[in-house]
Structures are given as C-alpha cells and as structure tokens.
Ligand binder design. Sequence first.
Ligand SMILES: Nc1ncnc2c1ncn2[C@@H]1O[C@H](COP(=O)(O)OP(=O)(O)OP(=O)(O)O)[C@@H](O)[C@H]1O
Length: 252
Amino acid sequence: MNSIITGRNIVKTFGKGNEQVKALNGVNVEIAKGEFVAVMGPSGSGKSTLLFALSGMDEITGGSVKFGDTELSKLRENALADVRRTKMGFVFQQPTMLKNLNLLDNIILHAAHEGKKDTAKLTQKAKALMKKTGITGLESRDTTEVSGGQLQRAGICRALMNAPEILFADEPTGALNSKSAEEIMGLLVDINKEGTAILLVTHDAKVAARADRVLFTKDGNIVSELPLQKFSGRDMEVRVEKVLAGMAAVGI
Ligand SMILES: Nc1ncnc2c1ncn2[C@@H]1O[C@H](COP(=O)(O)OP(=O)(O)OP(=O)(O)O)[C@@H](O)[C@H]1O
C-alpha cells in the first residue's frame, strides 16, 4: 500500500494511577494515499483519540505514527506544526470561527498567518473554494448570519486553503440536518475524488457508507474493518446495510 499514514501499536493513556484510561490500546492502522476511511465505534471507544493521534494533534504514549516516511513523534514542535498546517486539513463538528471577522476572512485567516501575505491570492483561492462548496455570495456575512450547513462549508474551505494531502474530519455532519449532512458528504466525496485522502469519524451509517473502507473501534482498538470499494457500483442502500451490519457486530 502506498501509505499516507501508518500507525503501529499506538497506545494513548490519559490520567495517572487508578484514574488512568487507556484510550488506545495497541492500534495498527494504515491509510493509503487518496483513500477515504471512516471510523465508527461506540461512544468512548477511542475514535477521536485515534484521529488526534494520527494527525499529530495529540502526543501518543507509545507506538509510532508515520506521515509518509516521517515519524511524527520525532519532529520538533515547529516542524510538526508545519506538517499539520501544510499537509493536513481539519474539519470538526462545529467550525470555530472568529465572530469579529466575516466568512471570507475566517477562511483565509490561518493561511494568512503562515507568512503567505499575498492577500489577493489568498482571497482568490478562498473565493474559488467558496464557489466549489456552494457558498459564493456569503463572503461578507457574519459567521452568525449563515446556516449550520453553510458554516460547515466555510469550515471545509478553510481546511482546504493549503491543498492538504489528507483531511481529518471529526463528526463533520454531526450538527447538521440530514439534507445538509448529505450535501456535505457529497462535497467530501468530490474532494476525495480529486485526490485528498479523508479520515472521518462518524456515528452515522449513511455517512460512513460513502467511504472506501470503514474501521470499527471498540475498547481502544480497531476490531474489524469493512472494505466498501467492491460495492462502489452498487446502490447506496447496499452499502448502508453493510455498515449497519458492521455496527451491530461491534455493539453500536
Ligand atoms: N483528555 C482526556 N482526559 C481523560 N480521558 C480522556 C480524554 N479524552 C478522552 N478520554 C477518554 O478516552 C476514551 C476514548 O475517548 P474518545 O473521545 O476517543 O472516544 P470516542 O469514541 O471518540 O467517543 P464519542 O463517540 O463519545 O465522541 C474515553 O474513555 C474518554 O473518556
């Protein structure tokens, strides 16, 4: 596999002594370049912790996470931040936006902070992304003057400003109604088709069914996986059924 992320024997513990929680308990995982992988599992099974570990957002307690050939734990803080900023994009359930800036400025904010001071170019890029995600015309709106779905589209634009190699998405549709969720998923599928790998945590079978592969977590480990590519020509319903069966098998 031509991997973008390789995790070996990842352990992550929180707390000390009697209070200690082993959130990840020896996880092995590989994500191929351009692959779309969904992660599902019961609440508290380690999904978000895994996403944070694989993206270098959180230090791991043991094991190894490689981005391509680069061992993330060996990088100094600045170098790690550089990898995260230039090669990874992040989308969360609720995009955190600055209230005193309009939507466009929120989208370009991080990129503008990275020394890329060519605001005209950044604005052009942001506008192209806004067009792609269907929020053209909302540039000067306040972040409180748009819908949840529009705000999430802006969050996706922001995550794509540096053309990342992989997008990490933690419950990106969790706060949206089913129509908006489907639209956002359509968008993520398009982004993936253009070559960006995606690692997406979700509780929603319909969302996970759009991935190439679903990983199921339980008690801090990946206990099964469901390849969905072979059903790519089939009805979405068939894929959703497969995901639901996988969920039932791990007790979700
Ligand atoms: N910062 C922390 N401090 C202590 N324990 C934590 C911390 N973050 C997570 N945990 C614990 O680690 C375990 C895994 O948490 P995690 O958030 O990864 O689960 P999850 O599968 O994403 O859950 P959910 O579906 O509810 O979001 C849980 O037992 C959780 O309580």
